[in-house]
Design a protein around this ligand. Structure first.
Ligand code: CFM
Ligand code: HCA
Length: 533
C-alpha cells in the first residue's frame, strides 16, 4: 500500500528519497497512465543491476552477429566479461562463418594507455584478416580508449581501404550513457547507416518474408521461434541479431514485415527501416503460450492470406495439444504463487504472461534501463524530455530510399490494420499490470531486500548480480537473462522448459534449510541518522 511504500522511502536519505520516488509506482486505475522516471542516471553509490554502453553495443547488439569479428579495443576485462556470458547461441551455416566462440581484444597495457593504442589495433585487424578472413569487422571502444582519444574511426577507415572489407568503429565507451541502452542506440544507428540495405537483393526471395528484430537467441530462443515461423510458411530473411549474420542483414530491406521482439534494444532500427524502405513493424512477444499465439495471429492478419491463416491455426492447435498437458502437470506446483519480474528491458514485461499461465502472479515488475515508452507506451514519446542519451547520441536522420522504398500495402489498409494489431506501436508494460501491483525502474539492492521483506514473493526473477542475495533470503531466484544456463524459454517448447525449471525451483528441498533474516530478528537494531551526531 501507499503507507508501506512511504515507510520504505523514509528509510532512505532525503535526497535519495526524492529521486527514487519518481521511479516507483503502485498501479492505480484512478490515474490512467501515470508517469514514471526512466533512463536517467543512477545515484552514484547505489548498488544497481545496470551495465554500461559498451555492454549494450558490443555485448548485446553486435556480439551475436556471427560472421563478423568483433574486436574490443581496451584492457582485457571488458572483452572477457562479454565472452559468452550472455548465452547468445549461433551455428555455422554454408558460406556463413561463425566466430562467436572467440573473444577478440587488443588487451591494452599501461604503455598503450600512455602512448596510444592505435598501432596495436591496426596490427590486430591485420592479424584477424590474415588468420580468419572475415567479411566484416567491428571495433568497440571501451572507456580508456575514449579518455586517451584513440581515433578508432580513422583506424577503421584505413583498414577498410587496406583489406577491402567493411570495418565499422563504434564509439560506445562505457560512460557514453547511463546504462546499456545508449549502446543499443549507437549500434542501431551504425547498422542503419552502413549495413542494412547494402546487399544486392531487390526482391523478397519468397512469399511471407520477414525479419525478426530484437531476438538474440539466448539459450536458443530464436531457434524455437524460427522453428514455428518456418513451420507455418514464413521465410526469415534476417534475425537481428541472435544467430544473425552481416550477410543476411545487408538484405533486410527486402522483407515484407519486421517483427520486433525486444522493443528497447532495437526500436530505432525498426523505425528507420520503415522510413527508408516502407516496411512496417509488428510488436510481437514469443514468450508464453498466449502471447505466442497472439503474435502468430497478428502476423496472419497482416499477410491476410487464407492458406497462411489456416496453417497458422493448424500449427497452434497441434503445438498447444502437445505442450499444454505437460505444462498443466508442472503448473500444479505453482498455483497461487507470486513473483517479482525484474529484468533489463523487455523481459520484465514479456515473462509476466508465462508466469500467469503457470498460476503465478507478478506483483512487482520493472526494467533496469528501459525508457518511459517501454512502461507507458509509445504514445508518450513526443513528451519525453531530452535525456542523457540524446546529448551523446545523435538521432539519425533518414529519408525514403529513392530506389528501394516500397509501400507494402495501401495506406488505408495499413491504417485499418493498426486499429487491430500493434503495428509500429508498443503500448508498454504498465497497461498489463494489475491494480495494486508495483512498478520499479532501476531497482536497487536496498529496495530489493525491502520489497522482499514486505511482499514475500515466492519467486524472484533477476540476473546474476542479485540472484544469490535473494536465494540467501530463502527465495528461489530464476535468472531471466541467462536462464540459469537452461532454455530456450520462448515459444511452445520454451514454455515447457520454463514450467519445468520454475516448478523444480519450488519443489527443491533446499529452501527448508534456509532461515530468512526476518524470521531471525536481530537482538540489536539501529537507525540511520542523517547529518546528525
Ligand atoms: Fe532486450 Fe535482451 Fe532485454 Fe536487452 Fe540485456 Fe538480454 Fe535483458 Mo540481459 S536485448 S532489453 S540489454 S531482451 S542482455 S537478451 S537479458 S538485460 S531484458
Ligand atoms: C549485460 C548482459 C546481461 C547481464 C546479465 C545479468 C545478460 O547487461 O551486460 O546481470 O545477469 O543478459 O547477460 O544483461
Amino acid at each position: 500500500t501507499e503507507k508501506d511504500l512511504q515507510e520504505l522511502f523514509e528509510k532512505m536519505p532525503s535526497k535519495v528519497q526524492k529521486n527514487r520516488r519518481k521511479h516507483i509506482l503502485i498501479k492505480n486505475g484512478e490515474i490512467e497512465n501515470p508517469e514514471i522516471e526512466a533512463n536517467t542516471r543512477t545515484i552514484p553509490g547505489i548498488i544497481t543491476n545496470r551495465g554500461c554502453a559498451y555492454a549494450g553495443c558490443k555485448g548485446v547488439v553486435l556480439g551475436p552477429i556471427k560472421d563478423m569479428v568483433h574486436i574490443t579495443h581496451g584492457p582485457i576485462g571488458c572483452a572477457y566479461y562479454t565472452w559468452g556470458t550472455r548465452r547468445n547461441k549461433a551455428k555455422r551455416e554454408d558460406n556463413i562463418k561463425n566466430f562467436i566462440n572467440y573473444s577478440f581484444s587488443t588487451d591494452m597495457q599501461e604503455s598503450d594507455i600512455v602512448f596510444g593504442g592505435e598501432k596495436k589495433l591496426t596490427a590486430m585487424i591485420d592479424e584477424v584478416v590474415e588468420i580468419l578472413q572475415p567479411k566484416a569487422i567491428t571495433i568497440s571502444a571501451t572507456c580508456p580508449v575514449g579518455l586517451i582519444g584513440d581515433d578508432i574511426n580513422a583506424v577503421a577507415r584505413e583498414a577498410q581501404k587496406r583489406h577491402g572489407i567493411q570495418v565499422l568503429a563504434f564509439s560506445c565507451e562505457g560512460y557514453k550513457g547511463v546504462s546499456q541502452s545508449a549502446g543499443h542506440h549507437i549500434a542501431n544507428n551504425s547498422f542503419v547507416e552502413h549495413v542494412i540495405g547494402k546487399g544486392e537483393q531487390e526482391e523478397a526471395p519468397a512469399k511471407f518474408s520477414i525479419n525478426l528484430l530484437g531476438e538474440y537467441n539466448i539459450g536458443g530462443d530464436g531457434w524455437e521461434v524460427e522453428r514455428i515461423l518456418k513451420d507455418i510458411g514464413y521465410h526469415v530473411v534476417s534475425v537481428m541479431t541472435g544467430d544473425g549474420s552481416w550477410e543476411q542483414m545487408r538484405n533486410a530491406h527486402v522483407a515484407e514485415l519486421n517483427l520486433v521482439q525486444c522493443h528497447r534494444s532495437i526500436n530505432y532500427i525498426a523505425e528507420k527501416i520503415e522510413t527508408k524502405y516502407g516496411t512496417p513493424w509488428l510488436k510481437v512477444n514469443f514468450v508464453g503460450i498466449e502471447s505466442t499465439i497472439k503474435s502468430l495471429r497478428d502476423m496472419a492478419l497482416y499477410f491476410d492470406d487464407a492458406e497462411l491463416t489456416a496453417r497458422t491455426e493448424a500449427v497452434i492447435a497441434r503445438e498447444v495439444a502437445r505442450v499444454q498437458p505437460i505444462i498443466d502437470q508442472y503448473a500444479k506446483l505453482c498455483q497461487n504463487k507470486t513473483a517479482f519480474c525484474f529484468v533489463g528491458g523487455s523481459r520484465g514485461h514479456h515473462f509476466q504472461g508465462l508466469f500467469r499461465e503457470l498460476g503465478i502472479e507478478t506483483i512487482l515488475a520493472g526494467y533496469e534501463f528501459a525508457h518511459r515508452d517501454d512502461y507507458e507506451g509509445r504514445d508518450i514519446i513526443p513528451s519525453i524530455k531530452p535525456d542523457a542519451d540524446s546529448k551523446n547520441i545523435p538521432d539519425l536522420h533518414v529519408e525514403a530510399d529513392p530506389k528501394r522504398f516500397r509501400l507494402k500495402m495501401s495506406p488505408e489498409k495499413l491504417a485499418e490494420l493498426k486499429q487491430r494489431i500493434p503495428l509500429s506501436d508498443y503500448p508498454g508494460m504498465n497497461v498489463d499490470m494489475k491494480e495494486g501491483h508495483i512498478i520499479v525502474d532501476d531497482l536497487n539492492h536496498f529496495e530489493t531486500e525491502e520489497f522482499i521483506k514486505l511482499l514475500k514473493p515466492d519467486i524472484f526473477s533477476s540476473g546474476i548480480k542479485d540472484k544469490y542475495v535473494v536465494q540467501k533470503m530463502g527465495i528461489p531466484a530464476k535468472q531471466l537473462h541467462s536462464y540459469d544456463y537452461s532454455g530456450p524459454y520462448a515459444g511452445f517448447n520454451g514454455a515447457v522448459n520454463f514450467a519445468r525449471d520454475v516448478s523444480m525451483g519450488f519443489a527443491s528441498p533446499t529452501w527448508n534449510f534456509i532461515t530468512p533474516p526476518w524470521k531471525n530478528s536481530p537482538a540489536l537494531s539501529g537507525e540511520m541518522n542523517e547529518g546528525g551526531d
